[in-house]
Write a protein that binds this ligand. Structure first.
Ligand SMILES: O=C(O)CCC(=O)C(=O)O
Length: 262
């Protein structure tokens, strides 16, 4: 099994040029649409892993569809509104392993981020390390693990569809020096060509987006914004650059949706 564009085993997942690297190893693979599955990138061991994974993915796809129905109703929309807005829902799984770390204060398991998709179902072990913030990262609340329970995070897509009424989960993972930690994140995403725009805009309220865009375009913009934020920090640390030099050095072309996301 190898790393690569459509999944596989990877160590850390920092953005190109980012100063802080994530203290994690992970396996990632696409599970939906079924035709996109690339079994050559799925682990061969332990025996039975593939069958269990397929069953797990199907159960989580069903659960996600139910949750989207509930969310649609909470947004005063018809039950099928969110699933329809996803066109044909994609699913991607990441199994995160955070080894115990001798100096946890100097790193993060996974840097602060929001998930790009509609919702994420996260299963975490009993070690704990998931944290969320509501004030832009000034304070962090630990999401205590509950045995057998999923954490459901709203992603950017869900946030935009609700016109910002429902907030995207701004989160990160910290590590500790005593225990390694495992989590499984199942990302429920719209199809790349799905249109991202609020499904209902209340009277007198401004839409959170200027225009409808595709999910693939939304993702590209998100990645290029993240790159912009990450690179200057790293460059400024490495060398004393003038503002003009910094601008030129940070003018990197963002990768396409297909390059990054699949
Ligand atoms: O491990 C965690 O608790 C968070 C995982 C996560 O946010 C991710 O995989 O995107």
């Amino acid at each position: 099994m190898s790393g690569g564009k459509k999944g596989g085993f990877l160590v850390s997942s920092h953005l190109q040029g980012e100063a802080v690297q994530n203290w994690r190893e992970f396996v990632t693979y696409l599970t939906y649409p079924i035709k996109a599955r690339d079994y050559s990138r799925w682990p061969e061991k332990p025996e039975g892993w593939r069958a269990v994974t397929e069953a797990y993915s199907e159960e989580l796809m069903n659960l996600a569809c139910k949750l989207l129905e509930v969310l649609s109703e909470a947004m005063d929309l018809e039950k099928e509104a969110l699933t329809k807005a996803c066109v044909d829902m994609d699913q991607k799984v990441i199994i995160n392993f955070y080894p115990k770390c001798p100096q946890p204060d100097l790193t993060l398991g996974l840097r602060r981020h929001t998930d790009p998709g509609t919702i994420t179902l996260l299963l975490q072990d009993q070690v704990g390390g998931l944290q969320a913030t509501r004030d832009g990262g000034n304070t962090w609340v630990t999401v205590q693990p509950v045995e057998g329970a999923f954490v459901v995070n709203l992603g950017d897509h869900g946030h935009y569809l609700s016109n910002g009424r429902f907030k995207k989960a701004d989160h990160r993972a910290v590590v500790n020096s005593n225990y390694s930690r495992l989590s499984i994140a199942t990302f429920q995403n719209p199809a790349p060509e799905a249109i991202v725009y609020p499904l209902k805009v209340r009277e007198g309220v401004k839409p959170v987006l200027d225009e409808p865009i595709t999910f693939s375009e939304m993702y590209k913009r998100k990645m290029s914004k993240d790159l912009e934020l990450a690179r200057p920090k790293k460059l400024a640390n490495e060398k004393q650059l003038s503002e003009e030099e910094l601008k030129q050095e940070t003018n990197v072309k963002p990768k396409s949706f297909e390059e990054i996301f699949t």
